[in-house]
Design a protein around this ligand. Structure first.
Ligand SMILES: [Zn+2]
Length: 206
């Protein structure tokens, strides 16, 4: 028996929002039929839902290192991932990774790629350890060049992946790094989009 299966027996998946047993994010709590799209000049960001209510609870549980929640979110977000695309997660700083014990963004991206029939490539690296937390919007926008990208993406169509999108500046910085490495990137998929702090257009697709 794989250790994942043993863990599931000892600690069964439990919904991050309502605590129901069976899934890290249950059918009742997950947003339905919602496709939120935020458009930047050179990047289209699709979100599974807004960063509020049960979905916010799920993202916070992911940040706490909950593997069951990562798997459940990956399965649900897979509907936004194009088959045969290359899904590239936004990197977590190693300090935060050690604190959590799980790179939640990479874990969701890996699960989503597997479900969607897409490729998974963790090729982005953050060059400085500075977290975005506590920075002003102006500082975030000035922070381009923080990321580097492996050349495995050259001439390939990349979809960036992150847990939460607020101003989009991290995604745009990562898109710049992917393009510098020769990759083609027009799309990003995120678990949740914040309603506040967004100065760009949001549209709903059904
Ligand atoms: Zn639930």
């Amino acid at each position: 028996m794989a250790w994942h299966a043993v863990l599931d027996l000892l600690f069964p998946p439990q919904c991050a929002s309502c605590n129901a047993i069976g899934s890290g994010f249950c059918d009742i709590c997950a947003p339905r039929a919602q496709r939120i799209v935020a458009r930047f000049p050179s990047l289209r960001v699709r979100a599974f839902g807004f960063y509020e209510g049960p979905l916010r609870a799920a993202v916070l549980a992911l940040k706490d290192g909950r593997r069951d929640v990562a798997g459940a979110l990956g399965s649900r977000v897979a509907a936004l991932v194009e088959p045969d695309s290359v899904l590239v997660p936004i990197p977590t700083t190693s300090r935060r990774l050690r604190a959590r014990g799980l790179d939640g963004v990479a874990a969701v991206a890996r699960a989503a790629a597997a479900r969607a029939g897409a490729n998974f490539l963790a090729v982005l690296k953050q060059q400085s350890g500075d977290a975005q937390r506590g920075r002003s919007r102006a500082e975030r926008l000035a922070a381009a060049g923080r990321f580097s990208c492996g050349y495995e993406v050259a001439a390939r169509r990349v979809t960036l992946f992150d847990d939460v999108c607020t101003t989009g500046s991290t995604l745009r910085d990562c898109a710049t790094a992917v393009r510098s490495a020769g990759g083609i990137v027009e799309d990003a998929v995120v678990v949740a989009l914040t309603k506040s702090g967004s100065s760009w257009g949001i549209a709903m697709e059904r």
